[in-house]
Design a protein around this ligand. Structure first.
Ligand code: NAI
Length: 713
């Protein structure tokens, strides 16, 4: 037989099938599955062969289903063609072969790869092996026997944890759980052949027939109840983990075949769900954002081995932590000893919390702190590769600092600003080298949030862009390149979103009702609570700076500015939209309700009952409409980039794929129509974005627009 996705060889009586898609980590294409089953069934019929080994390469046994096929939706069709008995059919046939099969695992055995290993009669593994059922990260669940075999092999509690949590286990843990039969040192293929010989005469017990680890009904009930509870809290809104738990439960209640049928049904529901499509979109978009049409992969990046951070406040301190966590030494500057000490103490407190929570060891933290050099002058800036500014938000202080950096840093050093709203070109204008200036917009808390908006100025060089994009990876961030407009991408969209939240309160919605509707939608936090957390005064100051740009006659929200005038800045003053106790627990504040009602009456704003779905439409479609403008104006390269920004910087639910993907899922004609209605009710702030109008009329999606743009580039 001529195979493509596998290679076959024999060593004496042992047939060895080598999974052969090394560039895809042996992702299980339907072709690979078909070829593998054929090869094993041929050996089963071959008298010369007594046992078989399935092996991958050093990096991967098999890293799971081919997600490209899954995205194309060819996966399901191909599977049904080749294995009409369903997704688990291929591995059911592997398990039915009447000669011993040994899975020899090195590297990843994930998803369908882990299930393939479990369908074999024995698993042996190299020390670098990793076993896991991470399907929930793409909105699906194990669908080829994983939920039925895993509890039989390692017990119900751990099986639930692996299938619903998605985290893999190491070879050693797998060995102690009883998932694998032997750890192999040295050559794995040779070890597998030796193992095959050692079991040649022994009877094989099939996993499907085992039940000793399935536990009693009472034990199981407690495990499932706790697991479901935990999913509802920690993976709020996600359907796949609950489906995975249901499937493991079936393993404890039904005979093996019926359990597999239940699993197949639940798997299919997940595979065709909007959540799975959204999460697959996220999976690919995270890789896509690194691609910048006019800054090719080959663009030389500058080495960044030593950096300086100006400003040791909330952001500067967090940014310093990000760099030293990546092993890059930092010179940290502030204006005076008191400010510097405050900054350093905040960093130490943050690290102490991480040690308490077991995230870092004390010695790790000590080493990191050693890498931070606190300074009060620019003297130590002469040899840094990059300087990042994180001083107060305001054009004047930023320009002063950049002029100073221009004098203090060597030619070629990258000069970056953490500004969240200001014009990068204007800041660059304070230096003699605008080509070296770029925005690196970290999100708060900088050491936690994964997003890094990289803001390209008019003159920013391609090398500097490539440097920051690569650096983001090294720092464990996801860098997204954006253009230089007010608020860049994330905050520019956040403006209309929070504006609508305020309007809703001014029109009669309860503060808590607005937040609850958006949390119910899936957002990590409601817009008003977010304002309280970040500090309402931040936006208030920015609005004051930009007031001259406001168009006369266009409705502006007033409630938040008035709350600020009363000193209600949010959590930092214990009062904002909510009131806070000493543990920062929020509760509704009747005073706010009274105040807003009075102000609204004075402004003549009619009060009405507002439903949760109206709240969601107003806030989410405000994001979408602004996103469409940004996209058309070219400040974001792709709709997918906007999605990644919202998922990683703004707590948008990943299972909705981001605001633009969500709009595609709802259907752009429907979104457009709703925005037109809102325009009729609320005026010009709701003018539909021209791109949205066009795509809706053409029956297209933002995802299709992305593809079109890519083809044109
Ligand atoms: P902050 O007020 O906590 O810290 C500013 C620090 O800069 C203070 O320690 C101050 O002493 C120091 N500083 C001021 N002028 C200086 C100078 N000339 N040289 C050295 N140090 C100087 O402010 P925060 O919140 O850290 O914000 C910094 C920047 O980050 C701003 O541009 C802000 O817009 C941006 N940003 C803030 C976010 C937030 O959530 N706080 C999120 C993303 C960006």
């Amino acid at each position: 037989m001529n195979y493509h996705d596998i290679l076959c060889e024999t060593r004496g009586p042992v047939g060895i099938a080598i999974l052969n898609r090394p560039h895809q980590l042996n992702a299980l294409s339907t072709a690979l599955m078909r070829e593998l089953v054929q090869a094993l069934e041929q050996w089963e019929a071959d008298d010369q062969i007594g046992a078989m080994v399935i092996i991958g390469n050093d990096k991967a046994f098999a890293a799971g289903a081919d997600i490209k096929e899954m995205q194309d939706q060819t996966f399901a069709a191909l599977l049904l063609r080749d294995f009409p008995e369903g997704r688990g059919g291929a591995w059911t046939r592997v398990a039915a072969v009447r000669k011993p099969i040994i899975a020899a695992v090195s590297g990843y055995a994930l998803g369908g790869g882990c299930e393939l290993a479990m369908a074999c009669d024995f698993i042996i593994a190299a020390d670098n092996a990793k076993f896991g059922q991470p399907e929930i990260t793409v909105g699906t669940m194990p669908g080829a026997g994983g939920t039925q075999r895993l509890p039989r092999l390692i017990g119900v509690a751990k099986a639930v944890e692996m299938c619903a949590g998605g985290k893999p286990v190491s070879a050693r843990e797998a060995a102690s759980l009883g998932l694998i039969d032997q750890l192999i040192e040295g050559d794995l293929a040779a070890g597998a052949v030796a193992f095959a010989r050692s079991i040649a005469e022994k009877p094989v017990s099939k996993t499907r027939d085992r039940s000793e680890k399935l536990g009693s009904a009472a034990e199981c009930a407690a495990i499932f109840a706790t697991a479901r509870d935990s999913v509802r809290k920690k993976q709020r809104g996600l359907l796949a983990p609950l489906a995975a738990i249901d499937a493991v439960e079936a393993a404890t209640q039904l005979p093996f075949e019926e359990g597999c049928q239940t699993e197949a049904r639940l798997f299919t529901e997940c595979l065709f769900s909007d959540q799975s499509k959204a999460l697959i979109h996220v999976f690919f978009s995270e890789r896509e954002v690194a691609k910048i049409p006019d800054v090719p992969k080959e663009t030389p990046a500058l080495p960044v081995n030593r950096v300086a951070v100006v400003g040791s406040g909330t952001m500067g301190g967090g940014i310093a932590m990000v760099f030293v966590n990546a092993g890059i030494p930092v010179v940290l500057k502030d204006v005076d000893q008191a400010a510097l000490e405050m900054g350093l103490n905040r960093i130490k407190r943050n690290y102490a919390t991480s040690v308490q929570r077991g995230r870092f060891t004390q010695s790790y933290v000590d080493e990191r702190l050693e890498l931070i050099k606190p300074v009060l002058s620019y003297d130590a800036f002469f040899d840094v590769d990059m300087a990042l500014e994180a001083v107060f938000e305001g054009m004047a202080p930023k320009k002063t600092v950049f002029a100073e950096l221009d004098r203090a840093c060597r030619p070629g050093a990258v000069l970056a600003s953490n500004t969240s709203t200001l014009n990068i070109d204007e800041i660059a204008g304070a230096t003699s080298r605008p080509e070296s200036v770029i925005g690196t917009h970290f999100f708060s808390p900088a050491n936690v949030m994964r997003l890094l908006e990289i803001v390209r100025g008019k003159k920013t060089s391609k090398e500097v862009i490539a440097t920051c994009m690569q650096l983001s990876k090294k720092l464990g961030k996801i860098g997204v390149l954006v253009g230089n407009c007010r608020g860049f991408v994330g905050n520019r969209m956040f403006g209309p979103y929070r504006r609508e939240a305020q309007f809703l309160v001014e029109e009669g919605a309860d503060v808590a009702a607005v937040d609850e509707a958006l949390v119910e939608f899936g957002n990590a936090m409601g817009p008003l609570a977010t304002g309280d957390l970040a500090g309402l005064d931040v936006g208030w100051r920015i609005r004051k700076e930009y007031r001259h740009l406001e168009k006369p006659g266009v409705r502006q929200p007033f409630a938040e500015d008035r709350l600020c005038e009363l000193g209600r800045y949010g959590q930092k003053t214990m009062k904002g939209w909510y009131q806070y106790d000493e543990n920062r627990r929020a509760s509704a504040d009747p005073e706010v309700t009274t105040l807003v009602r009075t102000w609204s009456a004075e402004a003549g704003i009619p009060q009405r009952q507002i439903s949760a779905s109206d709240i969601v439409d107003r806030c989410i479609y405000a994001l979408v409409n602004e996103g469409a403008r940004i996209l058309e104006e070219g400040y974001a390269l792709r709709a997918a980039d906007i999605d990644i920004i919202y998922l990683n910087g703004y707590g948008f639910p990943a299972y909705r794929g981001g605001p633009m993907w969500h709009a595609d899922t709802v259907g752009l004609p429907k979104v457009y129509q709703r925005i037109c209605e809102l325009q009729l009710q609320h005026g010009e702030l709701w003018t539909p974005a021209p791109l949205l109008k066009r795509l809706a009329e053409e029956g297209k999606t933002f995802a299709e627009y992305d593809k079109q743009q890519l083809a044109a580039a």
